[in-house]
Design a protein around this ligand. Structure first.
Ligand code: FEO
Length: 174
């Protein structure tokens, strides 16, 4: 099925944004590790892997449609450092809210082009963003309630270290 050029370009842009997200979370993971939060660093490393799978899903979709994916340079993730652990997760939440807006924009572009198949494919990403934001909101709340108390903060970090990577099963790609 032919794909509108504007839709193809918008998918390509989103691939780049998902890779950027992966690198941002990798940088956050590094900061957390350097600042003695090994559990949260592990959680964020898994988030990095999730973002890679989001990018790969969009890439595979373009391949399935038989159109070119524009592979572009990925910007350096910013910021490079954070004031404290709370700021890391507030940054992650803000970033997820931005991704939600971009995914919604992508859906609108596909819908305007009458590409119902692309809109249907993107449903998974729309729902995934609900979970992505909810996870980061939970992290912000948990860090906030443990803040300034070494015991609860250590317990929270230990809990974060139990996260297991579950590969995303994106419908229509199997
Ligand atoms: Fe790919 Fe966290 O959104």
């Amino acid at each position: 099925m032919k794909m509108n050029e504007k839709v193809r370009k918008a998918f390509s842009t989103q691939i780049n944004r998902e890779f950027y997200s992966a690198f941002l979370y990798l940088q956050m993971s590094d900061w957390l590790n350097q600042n003695s939060f090994p559990g949260a660093a592990h959680w964020m490393y898994i988030q990095y892997m999730e973002e890679l799978s989001h990018a790969q899903g969009l890439f595979e979709y373009l391949q399935m449609r038989g159109v070119k994916a524009d592979i572009d340079r990925i910007d350096k993730p910013e910021p490079e450092t954070w004031e404290n652990v709370q700021a890391v997760f507030e940054g992650a939440l803000k970033h997820e809210q931005q991704i939600t807006a971009w995914i919604n924009e992508l859906v609108d572009i596909a819908a305007e082009a009458g590409d119902k198949a692309a809109v249907l494919f993107l449903d998974w990403y729309v729902i995934e963003q609900v979970e992505e934001e909810a996870n980061q909101e939970d992290n912000c709340d948990n860090v906030s309630s443990a803040s300034g108390q070494p015991g609860p903060l250590r317990m929270w970090d230990k809990q974060m270290g139990t996260r297991v990577f579950v590969p995303a099963v994106i419908p229509y790609l199997e």
